[in-house]
Design a protein around this ligand. Structure first.
Ligand code: COA
Length: 180
């Protein structure tokens, strides 16, 4: 099991709760539907034993259907934050570390070129779409309700449909915005 990504997932979620025990964090983490679904997904692709993979796949499917979170991305770094649940599709070639993704977001195939590759420290605002075989660089903010169909260079804030770079941002822009 890939604890190397589960641990950063949990640590980032509870970065402001450093005094709490790891047990408390895991219990609270799994009580939230979006994180539980992510956890089952990670288990369903990580365990070596096929029996466990099938078991967690079933749990993932039940939760995925119930809470509207679909993940079809084997290479996904740790530190994923999903403040809310409801219609999130993550269908990418690869996602880096510290993805921050709101609800009603689709990352997926444009049925022309393929699926996106998402860098590290990417923030995706509510109601956004990122489609096609494009590369989203590190430290990118996708503003709410954007439709991203072109490559985005690192350290950029993009908005609109089709999304365009509105301004260049520092590598600590997202940390400053979130407060962690
Ligand atoms: C992008 C965002 C982070 C603001 O960043 P910011 O650095 O404060 O940017 P500003 O507000 O200074 O805006 C910069 C420019 O982008 C534009 N802009 C900001 N958000 C935009 C959006 N969602 N769509 C289109 N343009 C947008 C602003 O109008 C401004 O344009 P101007 O320079 O012509 O006046 C914020 O607007 C956003 O979309 N946050 C996501 C929040 C979210 O998803 N919340 C879900 C809660 S459940």
């Amino acid at each position: 099991m890939s604890w190397d990504v589960l641990k950063p997932d949990i640590n980032r979620r509870f970065i402001k709760f450093k005094d709490k025990s790891f047990y408390w964090k895991v219990k609270y983490y799994l009580s939230r539907p979006q994180y539980r679904t992510l956890f089952y997904y990670r288990c369903s692709i990580s365990f070596k034993a096929k029996y466990f993979r099938v078991f967690f796949r079933k749990l993932y499917q039940i939760n995925s259907e119930k809470f509207g979170l679909e993940i079809i991305t084997h290479k996904m770094g740790g530190g994923v934050i999903m403040p809310h649940f409801g219609r999130i599709v993550i269908n990418a070639e690869e996602v880096g570390n510290n993805l921050y993704i709101f609800h009603n977001v689709t990352i997926g195939n444009d049925y022309k070129t393929g699926r996106p590759t998402i860098g590290n420290n990417v923030f995706v605002g509510v109601n956004s779409v990122i489609i096609g075989k494009i590369a989203i660089g590190d430290n990118v903010v996708v503003a709410a309700s954007s439709c991203v169909i072109n490559n985005i260079p690192p350290n950029s804030l993009v908005a609109g449909n089709p999304a365009k770079v509105i301004k260049k941002i520092n590598s600590d822009y997202i940390t400053n915005m979130l407060g962690y």
